[in-house]
Design a protein around this ligand. Structure first.
Ligand code: HDD
Length: 710
C-alpha cells in the first residue's frame, strides 16, 4: 500500500470513465455476447478441420493479429507516470499563462521518460540521451514540454534530424547494434557534422547513464518565449531539477545492469511510486529580456548552446510530483502523443530552426503511429477542457458531433462554435517583425562548435573527466574504421588536447596534426564552405560549476537500495540497528541470502529473503551491509558469488558496511586491502553508513579500482 495518496486530478477523473475492471465480470465477445468456451475452435467433428463459421475464433485471432502499432521512430523505449505541477510563485511579469500565474492550481501532468535510439524492448541502461516529456493538462488547453535530460541538442536544423537518427540507429544492412551509439555510422556522421560535438560530449559523460529516471535533470532545450498580459515577450529556457540530485552509475555497472535487469529504470520508477516515495522535480526558468537577445557570445536560437546558469541564474518557480502509475501501459504510456506545438497563451515559440521543424514532425508521426487525425480523442490525450471545432470524421472518430453545420462562418448553427476574444483567453501568436529574404542557409552566428563542449569538459570534476575519456575510448574502440577514429581524435583535440591524448592512447592511435577540409560538411553544395566552418574556440567563462554532478544535491538516501548479505545465524542485534536507521531515512533494505525462502537469525527468528544471491547482482543495489554472526559468515564465505558481490560493489565505488564477524567476509575479498577507504565502514555507526551513501559514491576510490579484477 502506498504511504501517500495517489493523484486524484481532473485528468484522472476523466480517465476513470474509460477504465475497465474485469472483477466479477463474465467473458463476452466485443458485441457483449456471453462466451462459454474460449479454449476450443468450432470443428467439423472432434478431429475435423476448423469451420469458417467460427466467429468466436475469428474475433479473438483478428484482435490479436492487430495488437501492435508502429513503435516511435525515436524514443521507442519509455516509461510514464501521472502527477501534478504546483506553482510556488506567480511570474505574471513574464507570462500570462494560468499555469504560471495561479498559485492555487494543481495542474495534472503525465510524464514519459525514454531512451532515444533503442527499440521498445531495448535495455534501460544504454548510453544515450533520456527523453523527458511532460504533458500539462491546463485549464487553457494542453501544454507539452517535450525535452531531454541534457540542455542542448545534437543538431541545429530539423532538416538534419533524419540523418542524425539514421546514423545512430542499427546499421541498415545488418540491423546492428541495438540501442548503442558505439558504431561506425554514428561517428562517421558526428565527425563530419561538428555542431553535434557539444551534445556528443554530454553523451560521453555520466549524464547518459543515470542511476534513476528520478535522479536526472530535464530541459526544454530551445529558447522559448513567455508573453505577459501586456503582450511583452521575454526569452526563456526551462529546467527541471530533481529533488534527489543528479546521480549516475558507472559504465561497467550499466553494461551489467542491462543483463541483470534490463527494466532497471522502468522498475525503479514504478516501485518508487508504488511505495509512496514520489519523485519530485522543481521547475526553473532562465529569463532573458527581449532587449538582451544579442548580448551573448552565442546565438539564443541555436539549440546546441546552453546559457550557463552562472550567466543567467535559474529561478525556481514550482514543483512537479509524480504520484500515480498508469493503469495500462499500452493505453496510456504507448498511446500518449506529445507535440511541441501544443502550447497555451503566455508561452510561444522562437525561430530556433530545430523547434520550427519539430512543430511539423510530431503531429505527422502520430498519424502513422496512432492511425489518423483523431488521436487527440484517445483518453490519455484528451485535454481536461472542452474542445469544439468544425474538424470532422476521419479514422476512429469516437465523438458524435451534433448539428447541421461543420463550417465557419455559419448562421444555421447560430454561428457556433463562435470565436473567442484574446481578452477571453484566445491564443494569438507573438507579433514578431520580420523583414528578410527567403534563403536556404545556416546563420554564421551558429558556427561556434567548440567553445561549449570545452566549457562543459573544463567544468567537470576529475572523476567525471576520467569517465568522459573512458567513454570516448570505449565508443571509438568499437568503430572499425581508423579514418573515422582519427577524425574524431582531431575534433576532440579541438575541445581539449589532454582529453584527446588520453583517448588516443587507449585507441593506440596518434592525434592527426590536421585533417582534410572542410571539417564541417553539414552545409549546402553552393554554400561558402569557409564561412560555414567552426569558428575559433572562445573562453567566455572559465568554468560553469552547475554543469558538474559533483555539485549536485547529496542530502538524502531516500529510495536507495541496500543489499544486506545474510545466512542462517546472522546477528539480529547488528541488523536491527542498521535496518531501523536506514528505513527511517527512506532507504530500501533487501535481504540477500544463499537461498530463497526464509533465513533464521541468531535470535531464532525467521526472516523472508528478498532474493537468493543466484537471482540478483550487486549492480542492482546502491550499497552493501554485512551484519555479524559467526555461523552466517562461515556460510557466506562458501558462496563465491557473495565475494563477487562485495568486490564489484567496491569497484563501483559504493559504500560498504560490516559489523563484527562481517569483517571476516570482507577479509576474503579485495576490499581487505582498502579498509581505510572513506566509504568502507567496519564497526562504525549506522549514521556513518548513511552519510557515505548520501554521497552516492566514493569517487576518490577510482585510482584503486583498476586493480579489482571483476
Ligand atoms: Fe523528438 C519523439 C525530444 C528533436 C521528431 N522527441 C520525442 C520524444 C522526446 C523528444 C522526449 C518522445 C516523446 C514521447 O515520450 O512520446 N526531440 C526531442 C528533443 C529534441 C527533439 C528534446 C530537440 C531539442 N525530434 C526532434 C526533431 C525531430 C523530432 C528535430 C524531427 C524533425 N521526436 C520526433 C518524432 C517523435 C519524437 C519522430 C517520435 C515519436 C513522437 O515524436 O511522438 O516525431
Amino acid at each position: 500500500m502506498a504511504k501517500n495518496p495517489k493523484e486524484e486530478s481532473k485528468k484522472i477523473k476523466d480517465l476513470e470513465q474509460f477504465y475497465k475492471d474485469p472483477e466479477n465480470t463474465t467473458l463476452t465477445t466485443n458485441q457483449g455476447l456471453k462466451v462459454n468456451d474460449t479454449n476450443n475452435s468450432l470443428k467439423s467433428g472432434e478431429r475435423g478441420s476448423t469451420l469458417l463459421e467460427d466467429f468466436l475464433l475469428r474475433e479473438k485471432i483478428t484482435s490479436f493479429d492487430h495488437e501492435r502499432i508502429p513503435e516511435r521512430i525515436v524514443h521507442a523505449r519509455g516509461s510514464a507516470a501521472h502527477g501534478h505541477f504546483e506553482l510556488y510563485k506567480s511570474i505574471e511579469q513574464y507570462s500570462k499563462a494560468g499555469i504560471f500565474t495561479d498559485v492555487n492550481r494543481k495542474t495534472p501532468v503525465f510524464v514519459r521518460f525514454s531512451t532515444v535510439a533503442g527499440s521498445k524492448g531495448s535495455p534501460d541502461l544504454a548510453r544515450d540521451v533520456r527523453g523527458f516529456a511532460v504533458k500539462f493538462y491546463t485549464e487553457e488547453g494542453t501544454w507539452d514540454l517535450v525535452g531531454n535530460n541534457m540542455p542542448i541538442f545534437f543538431i541545429q536544423d530539423a532538416m538534419k534530424f533524419p540523418d542524425l537518427i539514421h546514423s545512430v540507429k542499427p546499421e541498415p544492412n545488418k540491423e546492428i547494434p541495438q540501442a548503442a551509439s558505439a558504431h561506425d555510422t554514428f561517428y562517421d556522421f558526428i565527425s563530419r557534422t561538428t555542431e553535434t560535438l557539444h551534445n556528443q560530449i554530454w553523451v560521453m559523460s555520466d549524464r547518459a547513464i543515470p542511476r534513476s529516471l528520478r535522479m536526472m535533470e530535464g530541459f526544454g532545450i530551445h529558447t522559448f518565449r513567455l508573453i505577459n498580459d501586456k503582450g511583452k515577450s521575454h526569452f526563456v529556457k526551462f529546467h527541471w531539477k530533481p529533488k534527489l540530485g543528479v546521480h549516475s552509475v558507472t559504465w561497467d555497472e550499466a553494461v551489467k545492469i542491462n543483463g541483470a535487469d534490463s527494466d532497471f529504470h522502468r522498475r525503479d520508477l514504478w516501485d518508487a511510486i508504488e511505495a509512496g516515495q514520489f519523485p519530485e522535480w522543481e521547475l526553473g526558468v532562465q529569463i532573458v529580456p527581449q532587449e538582451d537577445e544579442f548580448k551573448f557570445d552565442f546565438d539564443l536560437l541555436d539549440p546546441t548552446k546552453l546559457i550557463p546558469e552562472e550567466m543567467v541564474p535559474v529561478q525556481i518557480i514550482g514543483k512537479m510530483t509524480l504520484n500515480r502509475n498508469p493503469e495500462n501501459f499500452f493505453a496510456e504510456t504507448e498511446q500518449v502523443a506529445f507535440l511541441p506545438g501544443h502550447i497555451v497563451p503566455g508561452i510561444d515559440f522562437t525561430n530556433d530552426p530545430l523547434l520550427q521543424g519539430r512543430l511539423f514532425s510530431y503531429r505527422d508521426t502520430q498519424l502513422s503511429r496512432l492511425g489518423g487525425p483523431n488521436f487527440h480523442q484517445i483518453p490519455i490525450n484528451r485535454p481536461v477542457v472542452p474542445t469544439n471545432n468544425n474538424q470532422r470524421d476521419g479514422m476512429m472518430q469516437t465523438e458524435i458531433p451534433k448539428g447541421q453545420t461543420a463550417y465557419f462562418p455559419n448562421s444555421l448553427g447560430g454561428g457556433c462554435p463562435h470565436l473567442a476574444k484574446i481578452a477571453e483567453g484566445a491564443f494569438n501568436s507573438y507579433e514578431e517583425r520580420i523583414d528578410a529574404k527567403k534563403i536556404r542557409t545556416r546563420s554564421e552566428s551558429f558556427n561556434d562548435h567548440f567553445s561549449q563542449p570545452a566549457l562543459f569538459y573544463r567544468s567537470l570534476s576529475p572523476w567525471e573527466q576520467q569517465h568522459v575519456a573512458e567513454a570516448y575510448t570505449f565508443e571509438l574502440g568499437k568503430c572499425l574504421h581508423t579514418p573515422i577514429k582519427e577524425r574524431m581524435l582531431w575534433l576532440i583535440s579541438q575541445i581539449d588536447v589532454d582529453l584527446a591524448k588520453t583517448v588516443a592512447k587507449g585507441l593506440g592511435l596518434e592525434i592527426p596534426k590536421s585533417i582534410e577540409q572542410p571539417i564541417n560538411q553539414a552545409i549546402g553544395a553552393d554554400a561558402d564552405v569557409k564561412a560555414q566552418q567552426p569558428s575559433e574556440k572562445k573562453n567566455y567563462l572559465d568554468q560553469a560549476p552547475t554543469l558538474s554532478q559533483a555539485n549536485t544535491r547529496f542530502e538524502s538516501i531516500a529510495t536507495r537500495k541496500v543489499a544486506v548479505l545474510v545466512a542462517d545465524g546472522f546477528s539480529m542485534k547488528n541488523f536491527k540497528k542498521m535496518q531501523t536507521t536506514l528505513e527511517k531515512e527512506g532507504a530500501v533494505v533487501n535481504l540477500i541470502a544463499p537461498h530463497g525462502g526464509k533465513v533464521i537469525c541468531d535470535q531464532n527468528m525467521k526472516h523472508a529473503v528478498d532474493a537468493s544471491v543466484m537471482t540478483t547482482e550487486s549492480v542492482l543495489f546502491d550499497a552493501l551491509y554485512i551484519p555479524g554472526g559467526k555461523k552466517a559468515i562461515e556460510a557466506l564465505k562458501k558462496e563465491a558469488k557473495f565475494l563477487k558481490f562485495i568486490n564489484e560493489a567496491f569497484k563501483h565505488c559504493k559504500a560498504i558496511a560490516a559489523d563484527e564477524e562481517g569483517e571476516d567476509l570482507i577479509d576474503e575479498t579485495f576490499v581487505s586491502k582498502y579498509k581505510q577507504d572513506a566509504a568502507i565502514l567496519i564497526n562504525k555507526s549506522p549514521a556513518d553508513f548513511v552519510n557515505a551513501m548520501a554521497k552516492h559514491r566514493n569517487w576518490d576510490r577510482m585510482e584503486h579500482i583498476k586493480n579489482i579484477p571483476v
